[in-house]
Ligand binder design. Structure first.
Ligand code: PLP
Length: 421
């Protein structure tokens, strides 16, 4: 039997390129033995010291009076647990001096859902029939945004300036000369650090983007899935930024609780009220376990210490090992670059003389037991002529054990060397 599917169904219920890729990755994982090198996922590492903290928090929660009710057996208000929100307000006010209150914070069922809500609140078809878009000031950008518009593509993206910062290193910079805020632009959005590149927009770039947004009376959305103050997977001294027209998103995933599906949004009260309404209509309430596990750590400030002293150094060490392994593997006999690694959990590799697309490279690597993400998926929202750079990059996660990453990079180097123009 086949049913008629709505436009919404066609856009969101009929699969996507990245959905197929993730399925392919999953099948490859399931069908292979221990030798598979999974460098393709966005799965955060399991950090023993952090997992120990979750165990302790869960024990305390379940032993405390009413703890089980709070965690498992009751609905929170749609905006999130009031005590958790209050603790977050205090944390952000005390850490950064931001003038926010409970009216500026909403909880969502994951960072991913926060973006689905935000993009569709602000962009897509408007009441007057016009179409509004989210401006990505820099691509490549997080693939998870790409298919979220219920009205189809809601993105306009601007290619960055590529700055070579070392013999094998480059950094993307926002091309402000070509960043035009036309009337159809509903908001500016960027992840900081960026998934997939590990780029961290500089403080100057953020000030500039914020001023642009403010002068056009639109919000600037900054995705802190890997950012400060938690999980704090950020290796530069870039400063967290907020102003009343800025929307910040956070997630509990990369600190190590992806299974709790918890997102946090800080933003203008009218946006927060809309998120609350969306949560009530779509899900009644949000998952409460993550909020309850984290509550004492937010109230004591321990969350910030763990981010600073455990999570960040853990990934920095992994990043350093991965960079060493890459330099050992790639050598000097063909052209290759790595985006300057400033945060997140990925290396972004660029092979300017690749004779095949990165989708083909993905297939060849899969044959050899190495899974990566082809770069072209991350270049969405671009108009204009095909940009060859799109076909020359791959994303490699370094969250796995070092021997796996090292071996994977060696095989990537072998295959890329064979596929030079
Ligand atoms: N934003 C970025 C940049 C991400 O990489 C991710 C997940 O990988 C998310 C948002 C969504 O995170 P979650 O839905 O797990 O909170």
């Amino acid at each position: 039997m086949s049913y008629e599917i709505s436009q919404f169904g066609k856009h969101l219920g009929s699969g996507s390129g990245i959905g197929e890729l993730m399925e392919d990755l999953g099948l490859a994982m399931a069908g292979s033995g221990e030798s598979l090198k999974m460098l393709g996922g966005g799965q955060p590492a399991r950090i023993p010291e952090i997992n120990e903290v979750w165990r302790k928090c869960l024990d305390e929660l379940l032993e405390s009076e009413g703890g089980m009710d709070r965690a498992l057996t009751s609905y929170d208000p749609p905006k999130g647990n009031p005590r958790f929100i209050c603790a977050l307000v205090t944390l952000f006010r005390e850490t950064f001096g931001w003038e926010i209150g409970a009216e500026n914070i909403a909880i969502t069922p994951s960072g991913q859902t926060a973006f689905f809500y935000l993009f569709n609140l602000l962009a897509g078809r408007m009441e007057d029939g016009s179409q509004r878009k989210i401006l990505l000031p820099l691509v490549p950008e997080y693939i998870g945004y790409a298919n979220q518009g219920v009205d189809g593509n809601v993105f306009r993206a601007v290619p960055p300036v590529i700055e070579k910062t070392g013999p094998h290193e480059f950094k993307y910079r926002v091309d402000f000369e070509h960043l035009e805020i036309t009337p159809e632009i509903a908001a500016i959005c960027a992840s900081r650090p960026t998934n997939p590149t590990g780029n961290v927009l500089t403080d100057d770039e953020i000030f500039h983007l914020s001023a642009l947004a403010k002068s056009h009376n639109i919000p600037l959305i900054l995705d802190n899935a890997y950012g400060a103050p938690f999980p704090g997977i950020i290796f530069t001294d870039a400063k967290p930024f907020w102003e009343p027209h800025v929307i910040l998103t956070y997630s509990l995933s990369k600190i190590g609780l992806p299974g709790t599906r918890t997102g946090i949004v800080i933003g203008p009260p009218e946006i927060i009220r809309s998120l609350e309404s969306l949560s009530a209509i779509i899900g009644l309430s949000n998952p409460s376990t993550g909020q309850q596990i984290l509550l004492p750590l937010v109230e004591s400030g321990e969350l910030l210490r763990l981010s600073r002293e455990v999570v960040m150094p853990f990934y920095q060490e992994k990043r350093n090992l991965a960079l060493h392994a890459a330099f050992d593997a790639f050598g000097d006999d063909f052209e290759w670059f790595i985006h300057r690694s400033e945060g997140a959990i990925f290396l972004w590799l660029w092979f300017p003389n690749l004779a095949i697309t990165t989708k083909e490279l993905y297939q060849r690597l899969k044959q050899r037991g190495v899974l990566v993400i082809p770069g072209e998926y991350f270049f969405f929202g671009l108009d204009g002529p095909h940009w060859p750079h799109r076909d020359q990059c791959i994303r490699v996660s370094y969250a796995m054990d070092e021997p796996v990453v090292r071996d994977g990079l060696r095989i990537i180097a072998e295959e890329v060397r064979l596929a030079q123009k």
